[in-house]
Design a binder for this molecule. Structure first.
Ligand code: DX5
Ligand code: ZN
Length: 231
């Protein structure tokens, strides 16, 4: 079973020390993390530019050594142009933003054809209803709990209610289990509980883990708070 479908904390390497990236990833993997979240930004869909397929490829061997999944979050315009490269680099899941493409349904199929799980993300300003047609066809729905673009922002208070609406929408889909519901942005020991109660199972955490003095300990505390299964 893929860690992507279990209750999991997904450390976001956006908040890691890039000069010690491999070491920091090894640290959270050794502490039990089984999903590594990679934030890709293009300077267009969101202002910052971050990382590309080369970073996914650099993480692949480390993640595979312990059976961990690489969760790629594309915050880029025209995501359809980049799918093949991220799949070749070793992504297990590729999530694109609904706001960044006019052919979301076709893109989901294209991601699966590359052998990856397919996720769709929505911004805080996008209603869950926008996913009504797609919810039954995707492996993962990412509910942004901050506006995408930067780590370390404050969690948007109404997010758990939105997660609950997405969970309901997902349950109406064809698959018996429905897509994974992932939350991303401002997740820490204060905010993770409300998202868990509302039906999220995958919790991205950047600064709460890599901004802490002891990233492994910070990861373990969050993992315990959500009842993550042991690796
Ligand atoms: C923000 C990114 C997040 C980011 C979260 O646009 O999608 O994954 O790393 O960072 P924190 O956990 O610090 O809010
Ligand atoms: Zn992200």
């Amino acid at each position: 079973m893929s860690a992507l479908t279990e209750i999991r904390i997904a450390p976001s390497i956006l908040a890691a020390d890039f000069a010690r990236l491999g070491e920091q990833v090894d640290e959270v993997l050794a502490a039990g993390a089984r999903v590594i979240h990679v934030d890709v930004m293009d300077g267009q869909f969101v202002p910052p530019i971050t990382m590309g397929p080369n970073v996914v490829a650099a993480m692949r061997e480390r993640a595979s050594a312990v059976g961990a999944a690489i969760d790629v979050h594309l915050m880029i315009d025209a995501p359809e142009r980049q799918i093949a490269d991220f799949a070749a680099a070793g992504a297990d899941n590729i999530t694109f933003h609904l706001e960044a493409t006019v052919h979301a349904h076709r893109l989901v199929q294209a991601i699966r054809e590359q052998g990856c799980r397919a996720g769709v993300a929505i911004n805080p300003g996008t209603s869950p209803d926008a996913l009504a047609e797609l919810a039954g066809d995707v492996d993962l729905i990412l509910c942004m709990t901050v506006n995408p673009g930067w780590g370390g922002q404050r969690f948007i208070d109404g997010s758990p209610a939105k997660v609950a609406a997405l969970r309901e929408l997902a349950a109406m889909g064809a698959s018996s289990t429905g897509p994974t519901i992932e939350v991303d942005g401002g997740i820490d020991s204060e905010t993770v509980g409300g998202c868990l109660e509302s039906g999220a199972t995958l919790f991205v955490a950047g600064s709460a883990i890599f901004g802490a003095a002891d990233p492994a300990g910070a990861y373990r505390a969050l993992a315990e708070a959500v009842g993550e299964p042991s690796p």
